[in-house]
Design a protein around this ligand. Sequence first.
Ligand code: FES
Ligand code: FES
Length: 151
Amino acid sequence: MMIRFYLDGQLVEVDVKPTDTLLKVLVDKLGLTSVHYGCGEGSCGACMVLVDDKLRYSCLTFAASVNDKKVTTVAGLLSDHELSPLQKKFVENNAAQCGYCTPGMVLVAKALLDKNPSPSDEEIFDALAGNLCRCTGYVPIVKAVKSAARR
Ligand code: FES
Ligand code: FES
């Protein structure tokens, strides 16, 4: 079946099977490199995207369900090829090491700050609870989110 959706502001059309996940379509059919396969079962957050501005694990989302919707990846936060202020805070605070978890972390942070512009450390840790990072120990990520919030 053909589906159409807005991917980071661009209308895309793609032929999918009813059982294809959004993750598979984004990576295998549309060639995205910022959406990552980690666990494939909703436990790591590496595949996180926003669908109509709501956080979704793309590994658990059927591609067909985003027909006519808006899908935002971390690349969609750039403006004129410039990192967003939140992304810059991740860089400044060394919140990305291998970077595998980073797109998902940034999207979770964006969703949190859109809802709660001044979160406590506990609220940031709670928001990030569904995203695993093997490298940073989380402290630089929380610092990045806090400094983006202050800004
Ligand atoms: S790959 Fe989707 S949550 Fe881990
Ligand atoms: S920076 Fe490597 S997994 Fe988070």
